[in-house]
Design a protein around this ligand. Structure first.
Ligand SMILES: Nc1nc2c(c(=O)[nH]1)N[C@H]1C(S)=C(S)[C@@H](COP(=O)(O)OP(=O)(O)OC[C@H]3O[C@@H](n4cnc5c(=O)[nH]c(N)nc54)[C@H](O)[C@@H]3O)O[C@H]1N2
Ligand SMILES: Nc1nc2c(c(=O)[nH]1)N[C@H]1C(S)=C(S)[C@@H](COP(=O)(O)OP(=O)(O)OC[C@H]3O[C@@H](n4cnc5c(=O)[nH]c(N)nc54)[C@H](O)[C@@H]3O)O[C@H]1N2
Ligand SMILES: [Mo]
Length: 768
């Protein structure tokens, strides 16, 4: 066991603010990534991990769902991937004495940063009813306790089973099978808070909720539009793809309220020129849009595309594509012609010249990719905004041809695979029929709860048992106060986790923590060493092989945990050989190969060096499995986000040194923030208007229709070049501001990127 890293800088008292950076990655990036690893892991473990990260026989990086190129370099990882690996594989352990020393009430007073720093959890623990402490239990006891609770429920729908997107395909498939055999579709997941809007829009428009491009398409594109995404921090290896695309002549447009470092210049640490030179300029055009303004921008561009066609008929639209593959064109064109430019200017904060320039670039590019992430999906009108992205692409046939397509960039490294495996509260009847035919039991058909509905069902007492396969739901979901109260109202909460987080402190009457192996670790079962597999953001499935010995011998893999829980709960109620799942993961894959389309001969194909790419109708053959069999151009009414005078729209986002609710350090290097997170970024002109100054202490209040007080107290104002009227603060802390009822229409994703707030001088400041 290594020494614990220092955790003294857990308050904001030493906060330092400097100017934001103009470039991302480069040598400081790599140095930053290696330093803690070597210090904490030791050289041998570090080298073993870093040289197998994202390599063909190595393990898949758990930091994001960015794909691996065919021609991989020796070091195929980024700064933030290295942080994620270090965080997991660091052999600092929560000591056995910890549980007696720290009551749950005590843990409630600790920050996420402190909790994560305590190290890996090594033994199952149980908090009995009425106790304020976890106590060690055996694995067998743990499963018995959970099984007893589950079988005591009046209905299986009183239980809910959450999944975070790090879970492997094998564990996810076994988990959803157990949950459905138990009798419910209550399978909410992190995707409900993430790319749900993408799935909803794309399924309706093109019939598939996933990216329509392959990795190689980036280097074939003429134009790549990056919307609502901060790749320099959240998908750093994407910058290499963008750099390569630029070298091949592509133009890049970034649409973002913030001038994020990675969207400006990139110094590639893998290239000598990147280390010494100025790096590559990334964005040819940067559109500093207002929060929630994207739908208006996209409509305005489509309007210009149609006007250009009218001016020179037969030269702008891809008529052959529209006629053969699409429906809804006439209604769409009629609606687009009426888009009001004044309304667009107001909603976007952009100039006509900027919008014209983007339209011009689009019209004169033959192969266009649009990528997007949370800046698009976490808005009230997110689903319709994504439909407008698809409208624009369809007009010029930019789907199903090389170098073009719709490219949502997923977050968690296997969030897409988990969905493919059936982690969804609304799986289709086709999938459920396949489960029935393979396993000879009738799965429930009634749709389950998603993440938000799950919280509401806990509030109302309809859900009494909650289990999390990874993740940190109470911190990740909106309206922290209400969500925590709901979670505390349950009878039992169970967390399968690697490290401590807030969801271990905010618990039901009875609670358990089940510690699990991480992806970096060697996993040996009865039939020998096992590997798992994952699907990346461009639908490529590949194996992930643990490399280092587990930090503790008692840990069980997620597959083993599910198999044992199923045996304890269901016994032989359904004819599934759970034991074989744990003994040999090929047995899980064999079932998957018969249930999930595209996974034929799974065990064999996933062993090939590159894995395999799942079939995708729109991408492969312009086949659109929608109701009509055509891609659908849609009509969406603009409804700009209202912002009364004296108020700001606030987005909640990630710093450079965090992984969702996991805080690696209190720094956000690219934005100039050090040693603190309690900051709110505001445009200097807005500060003047509001009578505030840089450095001032403020309280940030949500303006919402109910009378619940939602407030972040004593935050420091940082004058920052964000779009006018738009503020920003870090998630998960800022989740206290997002109302539970504020959700995207159609996808029910929390509106994390547009909270109407009032910023006022702090009532009481505890700091100088
Ligand atoms: N290191 C690291 N990597 C990660 C994660 C992490 O926390 N840390 N998280 C993973 C996960 S689960 C996910 S989902 C992804 C998230 O990846 P991102 O989506 O990049 O994450 P956010 O920090 O939420 O950043 C949102 C970006 O959108 C912009 N934005 C906000 N609102 C708007 C808007 O209305 N319009 C436009 N055009 N832009 C807007 C913001 O300024 C910001 O640049 O990253 C994944 N990778
Ligand atoms: N306000 C606001 N809220 C947001 C967002 C936002 O932008 N703004 N983003 C949303 C998005 S995009 C997402 S994806 C969600 C994320 O929501 P979650 O996925 O629920 O949260 P994470 O922070 O990724 O979960 C981290 C925890 O997972 C556990 N863990 C890590 N590795 C493993 C493993 O291998 N196995 C197991 N079993 N456990 C493991 C650790 O205990 C760790 O503490 O948050 C959402 N919430
Ligand atoms: Mo995400």
């Amino acid at each position: 066991m290594t020494e614990k890293p220092p955790v003294d800088d857990v308050t904001d008292d030493r906060l330092e603010v400097g100017p934001p950076r103009e470039w991302a990655a480069g040598v400081p990036g790599v140095l930053h990534s290696m330093e803690p690893a070597i210090k904490q892991l030791g050289l041998t473990r570090t080298i073993k991990l870093m040289t197998s990260l994202n390599q063909k026989d190595g393990f898949d990086c758990m930091s994001c769902a960015w794909p691996d190129p065919d021609h991989r370099k020796v070091a195929e990882f980024c700064e933030n991937g290295a942080k994620a690996v270090t965080w997991e594989a660091n052999p600092v352990l929560v000591p056995d004495s910890f549980w007696a020393e720290h009551s749950i009430d005590d843990l409630l007073g600790k920050s996420e940063y402190w909790l994560g720093m305590q190290g890996r959890i090594t033994k199952p623990v149980h908090k009995p009813v009425g106790s304020d402490h976890y106590e060690e239990v055996s694995w067998a006891q743990a499963f018995e306790i959970i099984a007893a609770k589950l079988t005591s429920l009046r209905s299986p729908d009183e239980a809910s089973f959450y999944t975070s997107g790090r879970t492997s395909n094998e564990a996810a498939f076994a988990y959803q099978l157990f949950v459905r055999a138990f009798g419910t579709n209550n399978l909410p997941d992190c995707s409900n808070m993430c790319h749900e809007s993408t799935g909803t829009a794309m399924n309706e428009v093109v019939g598939v909720g996933k990216s329509t491009i392959a990795y190689d398409d980036f280097e074939k594109a003429d134009l790549i539009i990056v919307m609502g995404q901060n790749p320099g921090t959240n998908h750093p290896r994407m910058l290499t793809a963008l750099e390569d695309a630029k070298r091949n002549g592509a133009a890049i447009v970034a649409v973002n309220p913030l001038p994020e470092a990675g969207l400006r210049r990139y110094k590639n640490p893998q290239r000598a020129k990147g280390i010494i030179g100025k790096g590559t300029e990334i964005a040819d055009q940067f559109l500093q849009i207002r929060l929630g303004g994207d739908m208006a921008l996209l409509q305005a561009v489509s309007k210009r595309v149609l006007a250009a066609e009218a001016a020179a008929p037969g030269t702008v639209l891809d008529r052959a594509f529209i006629d053969e593959y699409c429906e809804g064109f006439e209604a769409f064109a009629e609606h687009a012609a009426e888009v009001d430019d004044d309304e667009v200017l107001l909603a976007t904060g952009l100039s006509l010249a900027e919008i014209d320039e983007l339209a011009d670039r689009y019209i004169h590019s033959d192969r266009v990719i649009i990528t997007w992430a949370m800046g698009i999906t976490q808005h009230r009108k997110a689903v319709e905004t994504i439909k407008e992205i698809l409208n624009l692409l369809l007009l010029r046939g930019n789907i199903g041809k090389p170098g073009a397509g719709a490219s949502p960039i997923r977050g968690h490294s296997n969030v897409q695979g988990d969905r493919t495996m059936g982690i969804w509260e609304q799986m289709s009847d086709t999938f459920l029929d396949a489960i029935r035919d393979e396993f000879h039991f009738e799965p429930p058909r009634k749709h389950g709860v998603d993440a938000l509905k799950g919280i509401k069902a806990m509030q109302s007492g309809d859900i009494r048992f909650w289990m999390g396969m990874g993740g940190n739901l109470v911190a990740a979901i909106s309206d922290t106060q209400l969500a925590e109260k709901a979670m505390r109202g349950t009878e039992m909460t169970v967390q399968v986790s690697t490290k401590l987080n807030r969801s271990h402190a905010v618990v039901g009457a009875e609670a358990l923590i089940l510690p699990t192996l991480g992806r970096t670790e060697i996993d040996i079962q009865k039939s020998g060493p096992q590997f798992v597999s994952v699907e990346d953001t461009v639908c490529s499935v590949h194996g992930s092989h643990g490399q280092v010995p587990p930090v503790a011998p008692e840990l069980l893999s997620e597959v083993a945990i599910v198999a044992r829980l199923a045996l304890a709960t269901l016994g032989d109620r359904v004819p599934v050989d759970w034991q074989s799942f744990e003994d040999d993961y090929d047995s899980v894959r064999d079932h998957i190969s018969r249930v999930v389309p595209g996974f034929e001969r799974y065990s064999e194909r996933v062993r090939s060096r590159d894995g395999f790419v799942l079939p995708n109708g729109p991408r492969d053959s312009r086949t659109f499995p929608t109701t009509s069999g055509r891609a659908v151009l849609t009509v969406n009414d603009l409804e700009p986000v209202e912002r009364p005078e004296g108020r700001l729209l606030l987005q909640t986002l990630r710093s450079h040194d965090q992984y969702n609710t996991t805080i690696y350090s209190l720094n956000d290097r690219y934005r100039g923030i050090k040693k603190g997170r309690e900051v709110v970024f505001i445009n200097p002109d807005d500060l003047v208007e509001l009578g505030l100054v840089d450095g001032q202490r403020v309280d940030v209040f949500t303006e919402w229709t109910d009378d619940v007080e939602r407030v972040l107290r004593d935050y420091r104002v940082v004058a920052y070049p964000t779009a006018r009227g738009c503020a920003a603060a870090y998630f998960p802390e800022a989740n206290v501001l997002v109302p539970l009822d504020s959700a995207a229409i159609g996808s029910n994703t929390p509106v994390s990127k547009a909270v109407l707030v009032r910023v006022v001088p702090a009532a009481v400041s505890t700091r100088v």
